[in-house]
Ligand binder design. Structure first.
Ligand code: FAD
Ligand code: SF4
Length: 509
C-alpha cells in the first residue's frame, strides 16, 4: 500500500516534472474528470475533449512507466464530481498518511485545496508545478507600488535568462521589433495549411452527451485537430518553426477571411496544459532562429515576447490582483453580450468570421480576440462578467489566470489600467487596414452615419464621448479627443445618435 496520495490536475500534464522522474512505491497518483470542472462555465466541446483526452493519455504515460494511478472517469459511479469529496474518499479508502498536490494556477482551485488541506488530519504539501519561469510573487516584488509595465518585466526576464542578449545588451541593439510586426497579409501571399491531427474522440463525446454536460461549439468527432500528448505538441511546435516562424512577426496582427490561424503557432493549449514548457519553447525558438537565415530577429523577438513577456506577466498580474480582479468593472459597463456572440449570426463580417471560427475551431488568434470581439464588446459597453464568461468558455486555451487578465485587463480596461496604458478601441479603420473583412461586409467601413455605416465607427466616438472624464487627460488619447472636439457640432450629434440607435439594437446588427 502506498502512503502518499498525489493529485494531478487536468492542466498539470508536465511529463518533465521531477515527481515523475522515478517510480516510488510509496506514492499513488490520482486524476479525475469531474462535473465541478466541466460545469463552472459552459465550455466549448473541443476544450473539454482536449483536456479529458490529454489527461487520459497522461494517465497511460504514467502507467507505462510503472507509476500507480487512480483515474476517475466522468461516469464512474464512485465519482462524487467534486475535487474535495473525491480526495476525501481516496484518502479514507487508501488509508494514506500524506497528501501532496502541485500548486494550481487558478485562484478558485488554490482556495479549494487550501481549505481541503486544513480539514485533513494528515500531512499535506503543495509543490511547484515546475512550469513557469517566475513565481506567483515575482511580478509584485519587481514592481512594488509602481505601475506594472509588460516591457519592463519582459526586459528583466530576457536579461535574467540571457535570451537574445549580447554583452548585457539586446541582440541587434533593440528590445522591441513591434513596428516591423504590423503588416496586413499582401494579396497572393501563400499561407500554409495549419497542421491538424486526426483523432477519433467519439468515445469521450458520447460520454459528455450521456452525462448531460452542456457545451458550445462544433466538433468533428473523427478528426479532432488538437494535439493530445507531448509528442504531438512537439510536432506542432516543429511545424510552426519550419512553416510559419519566418512570417510570424511580420503578419502577427493580420486577419484574413480564408485563414483562421495564419502564421500563429497554436501552442497555447499545449503550453497551458503544461505539455510544453515556456523555457523549452523559447530555447528552441532561439536555436531555430540562429540556424535559419529565413527567420529574422523581428520574428523571434516577437514570438518570445508573447511567451516570456505577456504570458508570464499576465500570470503575475493574476496572482497579485485576485480575487478582487474578477469583480473589476471600472468603466461601469452593464450591457448584456449580444446574442450573436453565441451563434456568429451578424451582418458585421469581422465579427461573423471571428465568432464562427471560434465556434468551429475553439480558436481565434490574438488580434481577432483583441481588436474584433474584444473591441466590439468594449465599444458596446458589455458587462465584463459577460465578456469573461464568453472568453473563458469558448477557447481551447482558456484557463482563468490567462483568460481573465487578457479579458478584463488588456481588452476591456475593466481593471482601470493596472497595466494597459489606454483602452484597446478602434474604429473600422484599423480592422480594414489589417484584414480583408470590410471589403465583403454589409456595412460600409468608411461611413459613420450614412449608407449602412459600420457600427465600429459611431460606437468608437460614442465610447470616447461617454468616457471623456476618464480618458481625455491620457497622453495616448489626446489626439483622438482633439479630433472629436474639432468635429462639427451637428456631425458629432449625428454620430452619437447613430451609435445610440445601434446600442438599442445590438442583437440585430
Ligand atoms: C480577450 C482575450 C482573451 C484571451 N484569452 C486567452 C486565454 O484564455 N488563454 C490564452 O492562453 N491566451 C489568451 N489570450 C492571449 C492570446 O490571444 C492567445 O494566447 C493566443 O491567441 C493563442 O494562440 P497561439 O498559440 O497561436 O499564439 P501565438 O501568437 O503563436 O503566440 C505564442 C504564445 O504566446 C502566448 N501569448 C500570446 N499572447 C499572449 C497574451 N496576450 N497573454 C498570454 N499569453 C500570450 C501564448 O501562450 C501563445 O501560445 C487572450 C487574448 C485576448 C485579447
Ligand atoms: S465594415 Fe465594420 S463591421 Fe464590417 S467588417 Fe469592417 S469593421 Fe467589421
Amino acid at each position: 500500500m502506498a502512503s502518499t496520495l498525489r493529485l494531478i490536475l487536468g492542466d498539470q500534464l508536465n511529463t518533465k516534472h521531477s515527481w515523475f522522474g522515478s517510480v516510488d512505491n510509496e506514492v499513488s497518483y490520482v486524476m479525475m474528470e469531474i462535473r465541478q470542472e466541466t460545469d463552472y462555465v459552459t465550455h466549448h466541446i473541443q476544450k473539454i475533449i482536449a483536456f479529458f483526452a490529454s489527461m487520459r493519455n497522461f494517465r497511460d504515460w504514467l502507467k507505462e512507466r510503472g507509476h500507480r494511478v487512480d483515474y476517475l472517469t466522468l461516469d464512474d459511479p464512485e465519482n462524487h464530481q467534486d475535487l474535495s469529496k473525491n480526495i476525501h474518499r481516496f484518502l479514507k479508502e487508501g488509508k494514506y498518511e500524506r497528501f501532496e498536490y502541485l500548486l494550481p494556477d487558478e485562484y478558485r482551485l488554490d482556495q479549494q485545496l487550501g481549505k481541503l488541506c486544513s480539514s485533513l488530519d494528515i500531512e499535506t504539501q503543495g509543490f511547484d508545478s515546475e512550469h513557469f519561469l517566475t513565481t506567483r510573487d515575482d511580478l509584485a516584488e519587481l514592481f512594488g507600488d509602481k505601475k506594472y509595465l509588460m516591457e519592463t518585466f519582459y526586459r528583466h526576464i530576457r536579461k535574467q535568462n540571457n535570451w537574445l542578449m549580447e554583452d548585457g545588451k539586446p541582440t541587434g541593439g533593440r528590445w522591441n521589433y513591434d513596428k516591423e510586426n504590423r503588416k496586413a497579409l499582401p494579396k497572393g501571399k501563400e499561407v500554409v495549411k495549419p497542421r491538424e491531427f486526426r483523432h477519433d474522440v467519439k468515445e469521450i463525446v458520447e460520454l459528455l452527451q450521456s452525462e448531460g454536460v452542456s457545451t458550445i461549439g462544433e466538433i468533428d468527432t473523427e478528426q479532432f485537430i488538437w494535439p493530445l500528448d507531448r509528442s504531438e505538441c512537439l510536432t506542432l511546435l516543429r511545424f510552426f518553426f519550419s512553416e510559419c516562424f519566418a512570417d510570424y512577426g511580420r503578419y502577427q496582427d493580420a486577419m484574413h477571411t480564408d485563414h483562421w490561424s495564419l502564421f500563429h503557432s497554436r501552442i497555447s493549449f499545449a503550453l497551458n496544459s503544461k505539455m510544453l514548457s515556456p523555457r523549452e519553447v523559447v530555447d528552441k525558438a532561439i536555436a531555430y532562429y540562429e540556424d535559419h537565415d529565413e527567420v529574422d530577429l523581428a520574428a523571434v523577438e516577437g514570438f518570445i515576447r508573447q511567451i516570456i513577456g505577456w504570458r508570464e506577466f499576465m500570470r503575475g498580474v493574476y496572482w497579485t490582483k485576485m480575487p478582487q480582479y474578477a469583480k473589476s468593472n471600472k468603466l461601469n459597463h452593464r450591457r448584456k453580450l449580444p446574442e450573436f456572440y453565441w451563434t456568429g449570426k451578424t451582418k458585421m463580417n469581422c465579427l461573423k468570421h471571428a465568432i464562427c471560427q471560434s465556434l468551429q475551431q475553439a480558436y481565434a488568434h490574438h488580434i481577432q480576440r483583441l481588436m474584433v470581439t474584444g473591441n466590439f464588446a468594449l465599444l458596446a459597453g458589455v458587462h465584463p462578467d459577460k465578456v469573461d464568461e464568453w472568453y473563458l468558455g469558448i477557447y481551447i486555451d482558456a484557463i482563468e489566470w490567462v483568460e481573465i487578465t487578457n479579458t478584463r485587463g488588456m481588452s476591456q480596461f475593466a481593471d482601470g489600467g493596472i497595466f494597459a496604458t489606454k483602452p484597446y478601441v478602434s474604429s473600422a479603420n484599423y480592422i480594414n487596414k489589417m484584414s480583408n473583412y470590410c471589403s465583403s461586409c454589409h456595412y460600409s467601413h468608411k461611413e459613420k452615419v450614412d449608407n449602412t455605416p459600420c457600427p465600429f465607427n459611431s460606437l468608437y466616438w460614442h465610447f470616447l464621448d461617454r468616457h471623456r472624464q476618464k480618458f481625455e487627460d491620457n497622453q495616448r488619447m489626446r489626439m483622438m479627443y482633439s479630433l472629436l472636439d474639432k468635429m462639427d457640432a451637428a456631425e458629432r450629434r449625428n454620430i452619437i445618435k447613430q451609435a445610440e440607435k445601434y446600442l438599442r439594437n445590438l442583437d440585430n446588427l
